[in-house]
Design a protein around this ligand. Sequence first.
Ligand code: XMP
Ligand code: MG
Length: 183
Amino acid sequence: MRAADIASDLTDVLVTEEQIHTRLDEVAAQVAADYDGKDLVLVGVLKGAVMVMADFARALPTLVPMDWMAVSSYGASTKSSGVVQIRKDLDTDLHGKHVLIVEDIIDSGLTLSWLLENFASRGAASIEVFALLRKPEAAKVVIDCKYVGFDIPNDFVVGYGLDYAEKYRNLRDVAVLAPHVYS
Ligand code: XMP
Ligand code: MG
């Protein structure tokens, strides 16, 4: 896609790459302090969390293992179905580990609430969540999210890992997708 076509698909830039990196450094410092001396493992939720995981993990001052889970609840739609499927499970045994789930966005919260319930049975020492973005107005279930990058309005957003029908993931900023693209 050419730059002019990309621009016409987007309305506002909500969070810039620079703001993301500044915030990731802050959250990383907090996480490093909170997990000092603990056996931490980061679990990224594919595919949306790829960018935040890559930058967040490198903002941490210590070595940390990363594992990935692929779930799907959306397909090519802009609303969560609440029906979650595991497409790829973890390779790691979580027993005794301190797990930090790294997510791109909490929208309705349905996916994470399902994931948290699924993880609860795996014997982790603790489970917390870091979501880069959160839409408070869209919440259908309350998620206890310890680390949040940015609270954003209830618009469909793309970029920095977030897609619509697999497009826009490699945009550097997070921007609102123009409704004409999906309606
Ligand atoms: P829920 O609603 O279950 O969201 O909290 C689960 C997953 O859906 C994706 N999602 C989005 N993807 N723009 C996107 O590109 C959005 O505004 C958006 N809202 C939700 C995302 O992968 C999230 O983890
Ligand atoms: Mg996601």
